[in-house]
Ligand binder design. Structure first.
Ligand code: GYE
Length: 313
């Protein structure tokens, strides 16, 4: 059962559904939009009591948060797992208390899939492949297909499914292009500051970088700063082509400014999606185990100034 004892609610609104959200952190614009989506969806007016926890990108903090949700007797636990592995024990604890766990954003790699109800998020492997295919087309258009192309990757948090999937998806396309040379991959932890730091070290090490793959927009912003500081240029008219993931508003600004070439969309607005899942579970309905969100790709050949007006994050 869903334990509708309402223990977690101090307010006495025992008819509210209590939801504990174990959030990754506040590392990126994407994450901020995701947090906002949950906070604006899981309100009292909508019938929820939200207990929000920011794990500061640390799995141990998330495990603590989940244990505290269990102790408080929440009705549902939602997790955006920092990394894929190492969740069995705490999920078994939730199961023992009969609290359903819903995964959102990043995936978990657990041997027993009955430990969670379902997952909703972006298709990270597809995103990586989309970025790779965009580069194939772009190089063809520039008449550079067949040329030796040197690239580096700023990876996300190692072991996060967003990192694992984007790296794998791009590698699938890389394997089909013998002239693409991946010089090095290193993590920038999905933050602008670390992205800049790693890009600075890449630029010192290699003087012939043609392409940067940034596994999120914020690391791309850091890379742009590092490239400019090194006296180089980037974007469609620059020395270095940059591809990033998320497509937050600031990425549109960077493309419009001519610094960023392409942003593969990853939609962070999972609050309403998770609410819909909870409503189905409340009604005793079946939910799909794996739910991918539709996503697009944006580049500087598009009318970005018009498109950005329609964007919610
Ligand atoms: O791309 C990045 C954030 O898990 C999809 O996490 C998410 C990623 C997103 O830090 O900006």
């Amino acid at each position: 059962d869903n334990g509708d004892s309402g223990d977690a609610s101090d307010s006495g609104d025992s008819d509210l559904i209590t939801v504990g959200y174990a959030q990754v952190g506040a590392e990126s614009d994407w994450r901020t939009a995701n947090t906002e989506s949950f906070k604006s969806t899981f309100t009292k007016e909508n019938g929820y009591e939200l207990i929000f926890d920011d794990a500061q990108q640390k799995q141990e903090n998330q495990i603590k948060a989940i244990r505290s949700f269990i102790q408080q007797g929440v009705d549902y636990i939602v997790v955006a797992p920092v990394v894929e592995t190492g969740w069995e024990t705490v999920l078994e604890e939730a199961k023992a208390e009969g609290i359903p766990v819903i995964l959102s954003d990043r995936q978990m790699d657990v041997s027993d899939e009955s430990l969670y109800e379902c997952w909703v998020g972006g298709n990270f492997i597809k995103e990586g492949e989309d970025g790779g295919h965009w580069l194939e087309d772009y190089l063809k258009e520039k008449g550079m297909d067949g040329e030796e192309i040197n690239m580096v990757t700023l990876q996300g948090t190692i072991g996060a499914s967003a990192q694992v999937g984007r790296t794998e998806g791009f590698a699938n396309v890389l394997a089909e292009n013998d002239n693409w040379n991946m010089l090095e991959l290193q993590t920038g932890e999905f933050t602008q500051a670390k992205g800049q730091e790693v890009m600075e070290s890449f630029l010192k090490k290699y003087d012939d970088i043609d392409v940067v793959i940034a596994e999120n927009d914020n690391m791309a912003f850091g890379a742009i700063d590092a490239i400019k500081a090194a006296g180089k240029t980037c974007g469609p008219d620059g020395d270095i082509t940059i591809i990033s993931f998320d497509a937050v508003k600031a990425a549109f600004d960077a493309m419009i400014a001519g610094d960023l070439n392409c942003a593969v969309e990853c939609n962070p607005l999972h609050g309403p999606r998770v609410a819909e899942i909870i409503q189905k579970l409340e009604a005793g309905e079946e939910v799909d185990k794996i739910q991918y969100v539709d996503e697009e790709l944006f580049d500087t050949s598009m009318d970005l100034e018009e498109i950005v007006k329609t964007r919610a994050y």
